[in-house]
Design a protein. Structure first.
Length: 424
C-alpha cells in the first residue's frame, strides 16, 4: 500500500468526517496568502499549508527535488515536471509531518502561523499554466443522448464512436479557477423559424459535468504513450465545468465541431488530487464491445469511483441538486485517451489539461448537462423555490462536487463554483 494512503492515518489537524481533505488526500494547489504572497500549497481539513514556507524551514529537505525553487512558484508546473517519484515522496513527507503522533510541527515553540492558514484567509489560484487543452466525448450515455436528440435515435452514435475516444482541441485561455463568474456569452444563433442567423445572448446556457486530468510528463514530437505507461504521465485530476451555449453550438458546429459555444469559460475545482490519492478507489471501466484496436487495449482497473453532483442555486435561493453521476460510467478511460491522443506522434506537455467530456450515467438524474436533464427543454426541472429551469438563468450559481468514499476515507476535490452573470 502507498504509505500516505493508509486509511488508519489521522492528522493532528482537525478534519471533520465529511471533509474532502483528510490526511490521505494531500492534494496540490496554488494559494495567495494574507501577506499577499502566492505559493504552491496543500490542504488538510480546513487548513491550507504553504509548501514554500515549509521548505524554507527545512522540513521538505532530502526529497530529491529543488523544493525551495519549485514551491516558490505561483504555478505547479515546475513541481509536476519533477516526475511521479517526486510527487509520491512529497506526499509521503507531508503525510509524515502532519500525522497525529508526529510532534515535529506541533510543539509549543513552532510558529505554525508561518505555514498554516485557515481556508477562509486564502485565495485559490489557477494551479497550473495550461499549455494545450483537449476535450473528449467519452461518455456513451451522453453521446447517445445528444445523438438521439439532435440526429437519429436509431443511429445516435457515429460509426467511429466505439472505435476511438472522440475529442477536439479546445482553448486553454478561458479555463479559470472555481469562484470565477462568467457572463452569458453573445453570439450567432439561428432560430428554427428564421431564415438568417441573429446576434444576441445565448438563450440556452448550459453546464457540462466533466473531470479533467493534468499531464505530468512531456513527450517529444513523434513519440507515443502506451496505455500501460499512460498513468505515469498523469499528475492528477480536477472537477471541470465546461460551460456551453447550446444554440450557438447547434448553428456553428458543422463541419469542424464546437468553437465559440465552448470557449467562453470552463471552471476547474481548485485542488489537484493526485492519481496516487485516488488509487484506493480504482474500478473497472465498462466492457468495450466491439473490441478495440491493439493500441487502445489495456489491463487492470483503469477507472475511479468518483461520485459527482451538480447543484443549481438561484440568487438568494438554496442549492438544488439536479444531477448525481459518477466518473466510473466513462466508456473510454484516461489511459486510452492519452494513448489515442499521442498515437500519431502528437506531443503533450506538463500542464496540458484533458477533459473527459460530459459524464452522464444510465439514469435520467445522472445526466451531466441541462440539455439532457431537461431533454432539450421539454422537461423543465422544478427548483425548491418553485421556479423552473430548462437551461441556466442569469445570476444562477452552478456548483459541482466530486468525491470518493469508502468505509473509512473520503477523498474529495473541493467545490467547483461559478455564477452566471448577465450578458455584457
Ligand atoms: Ca465538453
Amino acid at each position: 500500500m502507498i504509505k500516505a494512503n493508509n486509511p488508519d492515518l489521522e492528522s493532528w489537524i482537525e478534519v471533520s468526517v465529511d471533509s474532502d481533505f483528510p490526511i490521505q488526500n494531500i492534494p496540490f494547489g496554488v494559494a495567495t496568502f494574507k501577506n499577499g504572497k502566492t505559493h504552491c500549497a496543500t490542504r488538510i481539513g480546513d487548513v491550507v499549508i504553504d509548501l514554500y514556507e515549509l521548505a524554507g524551514l527545512g522540513y521538505l529537505d532530502n526529497i530529491g527535488i529543488d523544493d525551495l525553487r519549485v514551491f516558490k512558484q505561483p504555478l505547479l508546473n515546475d513541481f509536476i515536471a519533477c516526475g511521479k517519484a517526486a510527487w509520491s515522496v512529497t506526499r509521503e513527507r507531508i503525510s509524515e509531518l502532519f500525522q497525529k503522533d508526529n510532534l515535529t510541527l506541533n510543539e509549543a515553540d513552532i510558529d505554525q502561523s508561518v505555514f498554516m492558514h485557515a481556508t477562509s484567509e486564502v485565495t485559490m489560484q489557477m494551479p497550473v499554466k495550461i499549455g494545450d487543452y483537449t476535450d473528449f466525448y467519452s461518455s456513451i450515455e451522453h453521446a447517445t443522448n445528444v445523438g438521439t436528440m439532435f440526429r437519429d435515435p436509431d443511429n445516435a452514435l457515429f460509426p467511429n464512436w466505439k472505435h476511438l475516444p472522440v475529442g477536439y482541441h479546445g482553448r486553454s485561455s478561458s479555463i479559470v479557477i472555481s469562484g470565477t463568474n462568467i457572463h452569458r456569452p453573445m453570439g450567432q444563433t439561428k432560430p428554427n423559424d428564421a431564415d438568417v442567423p441573429v446576434y444576441g445572448p445565448t438563450r440556452l446556457f448550459d453546464f457540462e459535468l466533466e473531470m479533467a486530468f493534468i499531464v505530468g510528463k512531456s513527450t517529444k514530437l513523434g513519440d507515443q504513450i502506451s496505455t500501460e505507461d499512460a498513468e505515469d504521465s498523469i499528475f492528477g485530476m480536477v472537477v471541470f465545468n465546461d460551460l456551453s451555449a447550446r444554440d450557438i453550438q447547434r448553428w456553428e458546429y458543422v463541419p469542424l465541431g464546437p468553437f465559440l459555444a465552448k470557449n467562453f469559460g470552463s471552471i476547474i475545482s481548485p485542488w489537484i488530487v493526485t492519481l496516487e490519492a485516488l488509487d484506493p478507489f480504482r474500478v473497472d471501466t465498462p466492457t468495450q464491445d466491439p473490441e478495440v484496436l491493439p493500441y487502445l487495449k489495456y489491463t487492470g482497473k483503469k477507472s475511479y469511483d468518483i461520485h459527482l453532483e451538480v447543484l443549481v442555486q438561484p440568487e438568494n435561493g438554496s442549492e438544488n441538486k439536479v444531477c448525481h453521476s459518477n466518473f466510473k460510467y466513462m466508456y473510454w478511460n484516461m489511459a486510452q485517451q492519452l494513448a489515442h491522443h499521442t498515437v500519431n506522434g502528437c506531443n503533450v506537455n506538463v500542464g496540458d489539461m484533458m477533459a473527459s467530456g460530459t459524464i452522464s450515467g444510465p439514469t435520467p438524474e445522472s445526466y451531466g448537462s441541462m440539455l439532457e436533464l431537461s431533454w432539450k427543454g421539454t422537461k423543465p426541472l422544478k427548483l425548491s423555490d418553485g421556479s423552473e429551469r430548462k437551461f441556466i438563468l442569469d445570476n444562477d450559481t452552478i456548483i459541482m462536487r466530486g468525491y470518493c468514499k469508502n468505509n473509512v476515507v473520503r477523498i474529495g476535490f473541493g467545490d467547483c463554483i461559478t455564477k452566471v452573470l448577465p450578458a455584457k
